[in-house]
Design a protein around this ligand. Structure first.
Ligand SMILES: Cc1ncc(COP(=O)(O)O)c(C=O)c1O
Length: 393
């Protein structure tokens, strides 16, 4: 971690300056992601080439050649918004705001919906921007902490006890990065009940939706359940199309929608025209793409089960229920960041230390949505054979 870099300063409008702490996960990946040959911690599923995507639909390659490269509509291409709306039960195209990735959507939502002094309750551990943007905007942030010994379960009584007079929003992420936790339908209903009772906004990060390992576990989207909920989606994870940088929010709350749309004028303004075209193609074939990625995940999980059974002395393993990541921990007495750095330097296998989630010094994230995972696990095993004394394995 670059400890000299204390803040990233972003000038938003006039004299407003956000003091954002470095995004630890991104800074760690910036050092290794494009050098390490075996990525074993990526959260996005297997990707594909433009040609492979266009081949899913007769005529798409020719139409792509003719696609216009001017500015696009700021709220998103209407046909794309329509396609995204069809992912939900009760959302109209006008209630979908397309962004440059989920990251821009989080940034716009937090700035649009919150004002300094507001209190936000955030599912923890979490993707850093879910806490950091609110914190840097002088909001009070309470971490809604979850623990491995409870199966990372969200505690509704803790949520209720965390509510204050200035609480404005509840933020959660399911399927969850990094733990692979998926709450029950009953828990989701209870969160909505609490939010409704206190007039709170719900921000539901659903970027891994569709990656439930048992499809019967899929939760309704929060925006379908609750009029003041914002559901966050993206093409990066379930569909493996992170390079498109197409994400969105879906909400029936018109004020939040309008504020986020106005804020976007100071960010990307509009989306990339080629990406919007390709995103439409991808969404028309979403079941095939997600199905391919779920098949990769199922094979990889079986392999991880046997890997962790072989190394039960070294690691704790909790089989995730959903998503493309799991949060394992090391049992031996070594700082996990030192462990991950040594692994990547000596074997080329990239794991992600839990320090990047500000979560202690024992956990690390595994990503299992990529086709070459068996090879990466093989390399990790070679590393363990070479470095760990036989009695400790
Ligand atoms: C929970 C969560 N939300 C949002 C994002 C941001 O997604 P994107 O990189 O596609 O903008 C990520 C990416 O890792 C994530 O894990």
């Amino acid at each position: 971690m670059d400890r000299r870099l204390r803040y990233v300063q972003v000038k938003i409008t006039g004299s407003t300056v956000l003091k954002l702490q470095p995004f630890k996960l991104e800074r760690f990946f910036a050092r290794y992601e494009f050098k390490a040959p075996y990525l074993l911690s990526s959260s996005d599923c297997e990707s594909m080439s433009v040609a492979e995507l266009l081949a899913l639909e007769p005529g798409a390659a020719e139409a792509f050649q003719r696609h216009w490269l001017g500015y696009t509509e700021s709220q998103g291409d209407p046909a794309l918004r329509q396609e995204i709306a069809s992912l939900y039960e009760g959302i109209r195209a006008e209630e979908v705001l397309v962004h440059a990735g989920a990251e821009e959507a989080i940034f716009a939502f937090m700035n649009a919906a919150l004002t300094p002094g507001d209190h936000v309750i955030v599912h923890f551990p979490c993707y850093q921007s879910l806490t950091e943007i609110a914190r840097s905007s002088a909001c009070e942030v309470t971490k809604w902490e979850t623990h491995p010994e409870d199966g990372w379960e969200l505690d509704i009584d803790l949520l209720k006890r965390s509510i204050r007079s200035n609480t404005r929003a509840i933020v959660f992420n399911c399927p969850h990065n990094p733990t692979g936790y998926l709450m029950s339908r009953d828990t989701l209903n209870q969160i909505v009940e609490v939010a409704r009772e206190h007039g709170l906004i719900v921000f539901s990060d659903e970027v891994y939706r569709g990656l439930e390992h048992d499809p019967a576990d899929r939760l309704p989207a929060a925006c379908d359940l609750y009029e003041n909920a914002v559901s966050l989606g993206v093409l990066s994870k379930t569909y493996g199309l992170a390079g498109l940088r197409i994400g969105w929010i879906a909400t029936r709350n018109k004020d939040v929608f309008q504020a986020a749309a106005s804020f976007k004028d100071y960010l990307s303004i509009c989306n990339s025209a080629p990406s919007e075209f390709l995103a439409r193609v991808a969404l028309r074939h979403r079941e095939a793409i997600a199905g391919r990625n779920l098949a990769i995940i199922r094979d990889n999980l079986a392999l991880l089960d046997s890997f962790f059974a072989r190394y039960a002395n070294l690691f704790d393993w909790r089989r995730p229920k959903a998503g493309s990541t799991a949060f394992s921990s090391i049992r031996h007495d070594q700082n996990v960041e030192d462990f991950c750095v040594d692994v990547v330097k000596r074997s080329g296998v990239l794991l992600l230390p839990g320090t990047c989630f500000n979560y202690g010094d024992r956990h690390f994230r595994i990503g299992y949505g990529r086709k070459n995972m068996p090879e990466a696990v093989g390399k990790l095993e070679e590393y363990l054979q070479l470095t760990i004394p036989v009695r400790d394995r």
